[in-house]
Design a protein around this ligand. Structure first.
Ligand code: AMP
Length: 143
């Protein structure tokens, strides 16, 4: 299963936030959109970083509640692992497991083209397993 196939079902929309926004605004965005991470971008096209709920927790643990007024750019991860449309979801699972993160932005020709979460990958795997089981049941029943 490729990233392109996953995105064809889920869509290419990505929630982004400006590096100048505050952590408080980022927390409100994650809560409103019911997501665990947002791509940090000036223009919605180039990836400047990624900020996840874990980064907000870390900021508050480190600097106290005052951290919520700090800029996203201070606590985001700058070295973002991204993938292409043709990447395989098994490869993404390995990336996420080894890197201990749950989100991978999709970039095509330097432009943000989607995001895959661990939830998307697990959902696809479950659907595949269920389809495989059904095919086996049908095969046995037909025999
Ligand atoms: P997550 O598990 O995605 O909530 O993120 C855990 C940590 O990894 C946070 O510090 C994120 O900023 C960072 N992170 C999330 N996704 C990525 C990614 N694709 N590449 C690099 N770091 C990431």
């Amino acid at each position: 299963m490729t990233v392109r196939q996953v995105l064809s079902n889920k869509g290419a929309q990505v929630v982004t936030i400006s590096p100048d926004a505050t952590l408080s605004q980022a927390a409100a965005l994650l809560s409103e959109k019911r997501i665990g991470a947002t791509v940090v971008s000036e223009d919605g096209r180039a990836v400047a970083g990624i900020l996840s709920e874990r980064d907000i927790i870390r900021a508050v643990a480190q600097d106290g509640a005052g951290a919520l007024d700090a800029a996203v750019s201070r606590f985001m991860t700058r070295d973002v692992v991204t993938c292409s449309m043709s990447a395989d979801t098994d490869h993404l699972m390995r990336l996420m497991t080894n890197g201990k993160f749950r989100h991978v932005p999709v970039v095509e020709d330097g432009v943000l083209a989607g995001i895959i979460s661990i939830g998307d990958v697990v959902n696809r795997r479950l659907a595949d397993i269920e389809a495989e089981q059904q095919a086996l049941k049908d095969y046995i029943a037909a025999g």
